[in-house]
Design a binder for this molecule. Structure first.
Ligand code: SF4
Ligand code: SF4
Length: 96
């Protein structure tokens, strides 16, 4: 079974993810690229990205990944990020 996700800030652009997506993942946010726009926060279906407290060398308050094990590597955050600051890492069965 599939569901459509509308990625909001990109009109007419949608992706399909599997509803039974059992993948696990985590993300890395590049602190030099992130401009703190927080588009990723609004798009994460698992609510695991939030506005952080760290400020990068350009003066932007960074988004922060709050790993609670529910990230499913759906990649929506990386798709929506206008600065290509997010890398999604799928965790394999052996936990790497
Ligand atoms: S969408 Fe990209 S630039 Fe914007 S806060 Fe998230 S990581 Fe930073
Ligand atoms: S990959 Fe998906 S679940 Fe994981 S942080 Fe990004 S938007 Fe959220």
């Amino acid at each position: 079974m599939y569901m459509w996700i509308n990625t909001g800030p990109m009109p007419g652009f949608s992706v399909i993810i599997k509803e039974n997506n059992l993948k696990k993942g985590r993300i890395k946010i590049d602190s030099d690229r992130c401009k703190g726009c927080l588009l990723c926060v609004g798009q994460c279906p698992k609510g695991v990205i939030k506005k952080g407290e760290k400020i990068n060398r350009f003066g932007y308050t960074l988004a922060e990944f709050c790993d609670n094990g529910s990230c499913n590597a759906c990649t929506l955050c990386a798709i929506v990020c206008p600065d290509c600051a997010i890398e999604v890492i799928e965790i394999t069965e052996d936990g790497k």
